[in-house]
Design a protein around this ligand. Structure first.
Ligand code: SF4
Ligand code: FES
Length: 362
């Protein structure tokens, strides 16, 4: 599965720094792996600071400080300061639980540029149920208020699935009321914990159609007041998305224990050799690690992608989804209507009203 490196790869623009897998919430659509890194395996502060410097030297412009819940790291302020010193734009992606007013002020003083707060629903009881954490909704609202008071730009992330899809409009209204400049409406992507919970999360086709119409209408109504970004749910699309902007083209992920991945679910693909920042410089990993070169460009493709006119547009979709649904990571993403596996998606897209959540727990 390891392909030779092609001509020099493009420079990455974004780094997703998964600082920890620890998180007080248990969202059943979490994109973290089922096998979560333990606290004892997490990179230390100095190594993260080096990763920030190496990322900036490699061309990265933005670092997304994520997790788990990055606020669980006691040294978060130091990591933010190191990223800022390296010249990176710092974006904190937080579940909003566990970051006090004083802590947020300290993070802002350390150079934090932007905050993304996730919300699970517009109604408190449902939001807390989805998060598996009583009181989460109220704490998220409080944190969003602190972000705005500190004059930091705020983005609200809303993951959409069967339990909240009918309130997609109310979630956009909530983002507006919280003072967000941007809201990301992202339908659940079925990797990691979401794949495990697919039957419980999958909305019906009619619900998806209504939600898309609501988002489109609100985008017009609120133009100039808030930016509404939305990702159409995969299983109901005709063509796949260019997952992560193309494998090894735009971004890289560093896991809590230092493994560098082309995307958050890459470790689900067997046979790939991932390198670790404890042993290699980030630039060497980006250009030479077997995992990054495995699906770079188009040489690795098989039909129908290999001769398709869109092969340099969507790069065959998502490798991790191709593996999960066809057993072959080189296959066309079955979301594509040209994939021989596309017809089977309708069956997979069936939801199960009786399915209970398997909450993400460490
Ligand atoms: Fe994309 Fe492959 Fe489908 Fe062509 S056949 S549109 S490259 S997924
Ligand atoms: Fe891995 Fe899409 S999540 S390529």
């Amino acid at each position: 599965m390891v392909a030779p490196a092609q001509e020099s790869p493009p420079r990455p623009l974004g780094l997703l720094a998964e600082l920890t897998h620890r998180c007080p919430l248990g969202c059943p659509y979490c994109s973290n792996p089922l096998d979560l890194d333990a606290r004892a395996d997490e990179l230390d502060t100095a190594t993260w600071a080096r990763v920030m410097r190496e990322a900036a030297a490699l061309g990265v412009l933005q670092v997304h400080l994520s997790g788990g819940e990055p606020g669980a790291r006691r040294d978060l302020e130091h990591i933010v300061a190191a990223a800022r010193e390296a010249g990176l734009y710092t974006n904190l992606i937080t579940a909003g639980v566990g970051i006090s007013t004083a802590r947020l002020a300290a993070l802002a003083a350390a150079g934090l540029d932007h905050v993304q707060v996730s919300i699970q629903d517009s109604e408190a009881a449902s939001a807390d149920c989805i998060a598996g954490y009583d009181g989460a909704f109220a704490r998220k609202r409080a944190l969003a208020g602190d972000v705005v008071r500190l004059k930091l730009p705020l983005t609200v992330n809303a993951v959409i699935h069967r339990a909240n899809i009918e309130r997609v409009g109310a979630m956009i209204d909530l983002a507006l009321a919280l003072g967000a400049g941007r809201v990301e409406i992202a339908h659940a992507q079925y990797y990691g914990w979401a794949l495990k919970n697919r039957a419980a999360l999958m909305p019906a086709r009619e619900q998806v159609g209504r939600a898309i119409a609501v988002v489109e209408a609100m985008r017009e109504t609120h133009r100039g007041a808030i930016v509404i970004d939305s990702v159409v749910p995969d299983y109901y699309a005709r063509y796949p998305k260019p997952c992560v902007g193309g494998w090894g083209r735009r971004s890289l992920n560093v896991t809590p224990s230092g493994v560098v991945l082309p995307c958050h679910a890459a470790a689900t693909i067997p046979g790939l050799d991932f390198w670790n920042v404890r042993e290699y410089a980030l630039a060497d990993i980006w250009t030479s690690s077997p995992a990054f070169n495995a699906f770079r460009g188009t040489d690795w493709m098989v039909e129908p992608c290999a001769s398709c006119a869109r092969r340099s547009v969507d790069f065959g979709g998502c490798r991790c989804q191709a593996l999960a649904l066809t057993g072959d990571a080189r296959a066309a993403d079955p979301v594509c209507h040209l994939s021989p596996h596309h017809a089977g998606l309708a069956e997979l897209a069936r939801s199960d009203a009786d399915a209970a959540y398997v909450y993400r727990r460490i």
